[in-house]
Ligand binder design. Structure first.
Ligand SMILES: Cc1cc2nc3c(=O)[nH]c(=O)nc-3n(C[C@H](O)[C@H](O)[C@H](O)COP(=O)(O)OP(=O)(O)OC[C@H]3O[C@@H](n4cnc5c(N)ncnc54)[C@H](O)[C@@H]3O)c2cc1C
Length: 373
């Protein structure tokens, strides 16, 4: 039996970034069911860092993470982790009040430009003339998700940690004060601390361990790619979104990508795009822009997994020694991963608390779990 100090279940961005941080304090093993890291949500995202989603807590975690993307630790990556990409939130006439509210919420986190109709179309010439106002966050970023995953993996390995892929955990037991986990191939691992970073499956891991689960809800989101109109300046195209959760689009590998921002409740699974959502993405693109979606080049779907209050959960289970929850990163798991990893490190290894604007209680799994009598 392999016996590290800490087992992390899940080789997505949550598990790998937490494992990299924890590997400064002990031997860490990451156990991942798939043959590659980032196969599920972490490899299917829109890869943005911006403040036009979530609420105060999510924005505070994002703000605390930003420096990591701009100045990663020495040796973490050979390529930039982020590339400046403006975010444009645009509004129709009837959406102006909502735009003003969003401006008020975001302005303490990011420098914003307020745009009139001409400004909106100068920044994103693809929008049609329904768009009459906007706010632009010019310093937003596109994250290189692959470089981020690989950088965390490199850091984990350089500190003596290991990743086991193809290790689907199917049983978990508490024996003699340690967690013993067994994969579908019969490999056994034991450790005093078990970090559950299994994304959409985090409650399933909790059930295997016999702890009270958080009530996580995975929600499917779909992305399509298609050709841009000839002459589109993809290099300078902002990530462009509606004020409500209706549509976002941007540039992707020489084409355009778009999402209808669907949030269909799902079981944990290898999410596949539904034809209705694919058609909806194309329809909404044509409704809000001058682009005709003639042919869909590619499509995919991924799960965004939420707690009931939409905030992530990070902390030891109140009902089981050594079981640590790291789940519910919703649609912001990449952009908040550096701060979340530092929070995990603080809660597990006692390093200083890293995010002044967020309290441990805000993230505690005790929000969802009855305390033992
Ligand atoms: C369409 C879409 C757009 C998004 N856009 C953004 C964005 O712009 N910015 C942003 O920050 N975030 C975005 N997100 C959200 C982000 O992708 C997620 O919050 C993040 O990837 C969650 O990471 P995770 O590690 O928790 O989950 P995952 O990446 O799903 O990792 C969990 C891992 O656990 C493994 N696992 C599960 N069960 C077991 C088991 N029994 N044994 C072993 N391993 C197991 C799985 O195989 C999986 O690899 C988006 C998501 C989607 C779907």
């Amino acid at each position: 039996m392999s016996a590290p100090d800490i087992i992390v279940i899940g080789g997505g961005i949550a598990g790998l970034s937490a494992a990299a941080a924890l590997s400064a304090h002990g031997r860490v093993a990451v156990l991942e069911a798939e043959e590659q890291v980032g196969y599920h949500s972490s490899g299917r995202s829109a890869t943005m860092l911006h403040y036009a989603l979530g609420d105060r807590l999510v924005r505070a975690l994002t703000l605390a993470s930003r420096a990591f993307f701009e100045h990663p630790p020495e040796g973490f990556t050979e390529v930039p982790l982020g590339r400046r990409t403006p975010v444009l939130v645009h509004a129709r006439e009837d959406e102006r009040a909502a735009l003003d509210r969003l401006h008020a919420e975001i302005s303490r986190f990011a420098d914003l430009e307020t745009l009139d109709a001409a400004g909106v179309h100068a920044l994103c010439p693809l929008l049609n003339d329904q768009a009459v106002a906007g706010i632009a966050e010019l310093e937003a970023m596109r994250i290189d998700a692959h470089a981020l995953l690989q950088g965390n993996l490199r850091q984990l390995r350089s500190r003596g940690g290991e990743l086991r892929t193809g290790a689907r955990i199917q049983s978990i037991a508490r024996e003699g004060g340690v967690w013993v986990v067994t994969s579908d191939k019969g490999e056994r691992f034991s450790a005093a601390i078990l970090v559950d970073a299994a994304g959409s499956w985090a409650d399933e891991i909790g059930r295997l361990a016999g702890v009270q689960v958080l009530g996580l809800q995975p929600k499917r989101r779909t992305i399509i790619t298609f050709d841009a109109p000839p002459g589109t300046d993809l290099e300078h195209l902002p990530f462009t979104k509606t004020i409500d959760d209706e549509l976002y689009f941007g540039a992707e590998s020489g084409r355009l990508f778009a999402s209808p921002m669907d949030e269909t409740p799902s079981e944990p699974c290898d999410a596949q795009p539904d034809e209705y959502d694919v058609a909806l993405a194309a329809h909404r693109m044509e409704d809000r822009t001058t682009v005709e979606v003639r042919q869909i080049h590619s499509k995919w779907a991924g799960l965004r997994t939420f707690t009931s209050d939409q905030h992530p959960a990070a902390g030891f289970a109140p009902d089981a020694d050594g079981f640590f929850w790291l789940a519910g990163q919703g649609g912001f798991g990449l952009q908040t991963s550096p701060a979340m990893a530092a929070i995990v490190e603080s809660l597990v290894a006692g390093t200083p608390w890293p995010v002044a604007d967020v309290a441990a209680a805000d993230l505690s799994p005790s929000r969802f779990v009855r305390q033992p009598a």
